[in-house]
Design a binder for this molecule. Structure first.
Ligand SMILES: Nc1ncnc2c1ncn2[C@@H]1O[C@H](COP(=O)(O)OP(=O)(O)OP(=O)(O)O)[C@@H](O)[C@H]1O
Ligand SMILES: [Mg+2]
Length: 412
């Protein structure tokens, strides 16, 4: 009896809130304000720490946060449709309820990257009969409980109402610009032999890399970052799926194709500089220039990394940061379309790291090449155009920074 009475009170209260919201949404001409109000209401009625409304930009297939509540700050971030909690719900048009992120299958969320850890989450589609416009997500109930059926329904009804109102008023969001695709990976799987069987290290990667963008790949040790980059860079072959580069199929290349492709298209920078000790800085760069058809002059590559006055020094006479800049010069002298950098600053101190990162920044800004950088340092992700987060061989999220930070403004 008692439970029933409590439920009835709760029901009435929620219904009352919903009616308030109805009025709010329908009375205001400012859709953004109405949606903000709706979100505030959901967060307060359901007592959550975080809330956000994501809307889909149809032309670029990116989700942008229209409004958010809670300690998280991500006005500068957009995510790709189909990925993470936000993208999964928007693409499928189905509600996702995760009572416990530790024990349930959890696709990951942008909130993980920007705020306190997500413990539970409810994400409902902003959906009209015709289309899904985005999603409303709330996370971390303050009392630690989860969302009950009634609360899920409440959110779904508010989201549906929001969708109808947005459609009626012809509200559309637009974010980002269309990009030229350089590389496309579809359902890429990579297995390595292990004992009797195999281990699957990449479990179906779908990713596009654009011309002249700066992509940072993050993820825990062993999640498959280097394996992924080795495949895109032609240093290893995929087990299944497809890899297209500049419109050509490189899924099953011959050794000869692979060699040309690596030599002409790709530049590599690693944590170790791998310079030849008996050649000067410029000779190290010239050595690589001599291998390709149409290199830039070695002196120009050296100048681009700011080492003209040290061009005649042998590696032993250069600091770690200077040696790393020589190795970047060696990568750019080939005029590659794409440069892969696997932990290029891991062995460097803060100041030197910033100098090296500034060189990469300059490469991208002068539209010289696409840069794909693996790092364990989340601060570096702030300077990327896009941040790809891998988890256990799959892409957990792709964030877009609409306003990437300058290398010199990074702090760690
Ligand atoms: N040639 C190989 N043979 C067998 N297993 C491999 C091979 N290369 C990588 N692996 C396994 O694949 C998984 C992913 O490795 P990978 O080097 O891609 O991880 P990572 O994300 O780059 O990690 P880290 O941050 O430590 O560099 C690991 O479990 C690793 O042991
Ligand atoms: Mg690695």
């Amino acid at each position: 009896m008692m439970t029933e009475a409590v439920n009835r009170v709760k029901n009435n209260r929620l219904l009352g809130e919903l009616m308030n919201l109805l009025r709010l949404v329908l009375e205001t001409d400012d859709i953004t304000e109405a949606l903000n109000g709706a979100l505030e209401m959901i967060v307060s009625v359901l007592k959550c720490e975080e809330g956000a409304i994501w809307l889909l930009a149809k032309d670029t297939n990116l989700l942008m946060p229209l409004c958010h509540i809670g300690p998280v700050s991500f006005t500068n971030i957009t995510v790709e449709n189909g990925l993470g909690v936000e993208g999964t719900v928007t693409r499928s048009g189905k509600t996702l309820l995760i009572r416990d992120t530790l024990t349930e299958d959890y696709p990951g969320s942008v909130l993980d990257d920007c705020g306190p850890q997500v413990r539970n989450m409810l994400c409902v589609p902003v959906k009209s009969p015709g289309q899904t416009l985005g999603c409303i997500q709330i996370a971390n109930k303050t009392d630690g409980s989860s969302y009950d059926e009634e609360e899920v329904q409440l959110c779904e009804r508010i989201a549906a109402l929001a969708a109808i109102t947005m459609e009626e008023k012809g509200f559309a969001v637009s974010v980002g610009e269309k990009k030229d695709v350089l590389i496309t990976l579809r359902n890429v799987i990579k297995e390595f032999p292990s004992g009797e069987g195999v281990i699957r290290v990449l479990k179906g990667i779908n990713l596009e890399l654009y011309k002249n963008e700066f992509v940072v790949i993050l993820g825990e040790s062993g999640c498959g970052k280097s394996t992924l980059v080795n495949i895109i860079g032609g240093m290893d072959q995929l087990t299944d799926g497809s890899l297209m580069i500049d419109g050509k199929d490189f899924s099953r290349p011959t050794d000869a194709e692979l060699t040309i492709f690596r030599r002409e298209y790709m530049g590599f920078v690693f944590q170790q500089y791998n310079l030849m000790p008996n050649l000067t800085a410029q000779e190290n760069v010239q050595f690589i220039a001599d291998l390709v058809k149409d290199p830039m002059p070695a002196a120009e590559a050296i100048a681009k990394v700011g080492l003209t006055d040290r061009a005649d020094n042998f590696p032993a006479a250069l600091s770690g940061g200077q040696q790393q800049r020589v190795s970047i010069a060696r990568a750019i002298v080939k005029k590659p379309k794409i440069i892969f950098a696997d932990e290029p600053t891991a062995a460097l101190d803060y100041q030197t790291s910033i100098e090296v990162l500034s060189v990469f920044e300059q490469i991208v800004q002068s539209r010289g090449a696409t840069v794909v950088m693996i790092t364990h340092n989340p601060e570096i992700a702030r300077m990327a155009n896009r941040v790809v987060k891998l988890r256990n061989g799959m892409i957990a999220s792709i964030r877009v920074n609409l306003h990437p930070a300058a290398a010199k403004d990074l702090v760690w």
